[in-house]
Ligand binder design. Structure first.
Ligand code: MLT
Length: 266
């Protein structure tokens, strides 16, 4: 997989296929491998670009204990990455959870680079004060005790009850991805999510075709919340992935890929 340098940071990027560009942006605290059910399948017909965000996977780590990476910074780095990859066509931005928080910033800051949105298992609302405090506490605990604290906190909520039992290899692989992520990177993204803006008021101003996808058993960003995001975005389509949890693209790639292809008209 190619590595792209932007300033002093380097990014590992899956980049395969030809056609309309489809940018897949992973959730927290994961890497591009969460799209393993999409990348090969969808690169038949699309240019699929699936980077590891800064701090995650094999991209440059974050090393300072007190760092914050904001959703806007991630969005700007993705825009720079598209330039570095010589992709001049506006992209379909497909983001899961934290990838969706980044999508709101990308839509606001780089509208000329955006053709369509696919929002998987995400939220438009900011954190409540209590949720933000909990994230900051988790950041401190991860720094003090290690990345396994994030794995233990997240894993039971990422997958549906059924997938936790029937898809044990994916669950274990996801644990390993989190364990390989440096505590500083996890803490910086947690702080960035804690201070993210509320985008609810901006939903009605979205003017690009939008697909909202949600696992029917997602407990982090439940269907009711995602249905209301779809209802607020003019013309948005909503697709629920039955029996999947928060990791719907990994848990049920067939349903997700079918919905993406239908939305993109291929
Ligand atoms: C994610 O999957 O990116 C996280 O669940 C986002 C969050 O913690 O809000």
């Amino acid at each position: 997989m190619p590595t792209i340098s932007i300033g002093s940071a380097s990014f590992q990027v899956f980049d395969q296929g030809r056609g309309q560009p489809l940018l897949l942006v992973h959730g927290f605290p994961l890497d591009h491998s969460m799209w393993s059910g999409q990348v090969s399948e969808l690169s038949r017909g699309f240019r699929v670009i699936a980077p590891d965000l800064r701090g995650f996977g094999r991209s440059s780590p974050i090393t300072a204990n007190d760092a914050v990476v904001t959703m806007a910074q991630f969005a700007d780095e993705l825009a720079a990455l598209l330039v570095a990859l010589q992709e001049s066509e506006p992209v379909t931005f497909c983001g899961l959870s934290m990838g969706g928080y980044i999508a709101w910033q990308f839509a606001a800051r780089h509208p000329d680079k955006l053709a369509r949105l696919i929002l998987c298992d995400t939220k438009a609302a900011a954190d409540s004060q209590e949720a933000a405090e909990n994230r900051n506490k988790l950041a401190a605990k991860v720094l003090a005790e290690g990345s396994h604290v994030a794995a233990d906190a997240m894993l039971p909520k990422l997958f549906s009850q059924r997938s936790l039992k029937s898809q044990a290899p994916y669950v274990e692989e996801t644990r390993q991805v989190i364990l390989r992520t440096r505590p500083q990177s996890i803490a910086a993204a947690l702080r960035g999510m804690a201070e993210r803006e509320d985008f609810t008021g901006g939903l009605s101003a979205i003017r690009v075709p939008t697909l909202v996808l949600c696992g029917g058993e997602d407990v982090i960003t439940p269907p009711a919340e995602m249905r209301s995001i779809a209802a607020a975005i003019p013309g948005a389509e909503y697709c629920e992935v039955p029996a999947a949890g928060h990791m719907s693209p990994l848990e049920d790639p067939r349903t997700v890929n079918r919905a993406i292809r239908k939305f993109l008209g291929s």
